[in-house]
Design a protein around this ligand. Structure first.
Ligand SMILES: NC(=O)c1ccc[n+]([C@@H]2O[C@H](COP(=O)([O-])OP(=O)(O)OC[C@H]3O[C@@H](n4cnc5c(N)ncnc54)[C@H](O)[C@@H]3O)[C@@H](O)[C@H]2O)c1
Length: 348
């Protein structure tokens, strides 16, 4: 079985394994990390229909006692009610501190599973098995866990590192085109912020999925190792996200995360030259269009500005935005909120 390994040194150190078909080896991968234990597989209805039987077979064949908990697919499932219901499920199954959670799905399952693991009995081990491109390159790595509450997305969560991330890239073959493309926005983001070589390879479609996932994960690892708790350089990963979150919110989440990040990256690239940085907006727009993204903003500068006022990254009178110095090199810039409002009027 061939796979790539990326090692993360954080408050809990762990490996990220990436390869086609590696789910079959899951039992062997987890045994040295989890020992003899019971496993609760958290997954969603779509992933369950496609792969729920397979994963349970693999775990049982490896000698594990495993049970499964299925949530409806979709962001609405990343909620307090499901968090409590899953915690109750673990308690009902009499899970102990030596048992473990397996989060098998996209970012919704990964975030909910990670948060549940961090809370149950004040923390049990968990393993991330990402099944979307976005989860593979982003949400399964770095230990951020969360649920949404009515006041906003991801407002309740924890930093809690997994014991292992095992990414079987063959599972992504069944992703709907739009969902796969959402992950491509994050991949392009990694190239833009820190790796021109990666960015250049993304012009060849389809890209080598295993190599690209491993490279993105390596970039995220390097950033997380410097700033596990998101007080500095980890902010670079928000390229396109400050404006993207505003667009997601304005659309009442009708615009997908990836599409919103693509639009947000273009806005940031247009703001950059007005702040004395170079102009890569045309270059970036051309690549995003090749991936099929609609990069028109869809909202007025005033609407985006108002939405930004409630952004988590606002600190008093300033807001932190990530702007490109060039392809493969972005920087964090603190801008007075009113100044950003004026800049938006010029680019939107
Ligand atoms: N923790 C972090 O650091 C972090 C980072 C980025 C995003 N996130 C979170 O991740 C979530 C978005 O993740 P996502 O885009 O993976 O969404 P998702 O988990 O909702 O998955 C998207 C859709 O794809 C389906 N799906 C998953 N795997 C599949 C497969 N192999 N084949 C067919 N269908 C499949 C799912 O059922 C779902 O309908 C958001 O909640 C976001 O806040 C977290």
């Amino acid at each position: 079985m061939q796979y790539r390994t990326v090692h993360v040194e954080a408050s809990r150190s762990y490996d990220i394994l990436i390869g086609r078909g590696i789910l079959a080896g899951l039992g062997d991968f987890i045994r040295p990390l989890l020992g003899e234990c019971r496993l609760a597989v958290l997954t969603d209805s779509n992933v369950d229909a496609l792969y729920g039987g397979t994963i349970m077979e693999y775990l049982h064949a490896a000698g594990y006692s495993a049970c499964k908990y299925v949530i409806p697919a979709g962001e609405a499932s990343k909620c307090a009610a499901n968090l409590l219901a899953f915690l109750n499920f673990l308690a009902g199954e009499q899970f102990t501190r030596s048992d473990a959670v397996i989060a098998f799905g996209g970012g919704v399952v990964g975030d909910l599973g990670g948060l549940s693991a961090s809370l149950y009995l004040r923390g049990v081990k968990y393993v991330q098995l990402p099944t979307t491109l976005l989860a593979a390159v982003d949400s399964s790595v770095g230990g951020k866990t969360a649920i949404d509450i009515p006041a906003g997305k991801n407002l309740v969560g924890s930093f809690y590192q997994p014991s292992l991330v095992c990414c079987d890239t063959a599972l992504m073959d069944t992703l709907p085109k739009e969902i796969y493309r959402d992950g491509c926005a994050e991949v392009i983001k990694y190239g833009m912020i820190l790796d021109k070589e990666l960015y250049d390879t993304l012009h060849t479609l389809p890209f080598d999925r295993d190599a690209v996932v491993a490279r993105c994960v390596g970039i995220k690892r390097d950033v997380v190792q410097q700033d596990e708790f998101d007080n500095g350089v980890r902010g670079l990963l928000n390229f396109g996200h400050t404006f993207g979150h505003a667009i997601e919110k304005l659309s009442d989440f009708g615009v997908s995360h990836g599409e919103a990040v693509a639009k947000g990256m273009v806005i940031a690239a247009k703001v950059a030259p007005l702040c004395g940085l170079c102009d890569v907006a045309d270059e970036l727009s051309a690549l995003l269009l090749r991936y099929g993204f609609d990069i028109t903003c869809g909202y007025s500068a005033g609407e985006i500005y108002n939405a930004l006022l409630s952004d988590k990254k606002r600190r008093g009178g300033t807001i932190s935005v990530v702007l490109p110095r060039t392809v493969g090199d972005c920087c964090l810039v603190q801008l007075p909120v009113e100044e950003l409002g004026c800049l938006l009027e010029k680019v939107i």
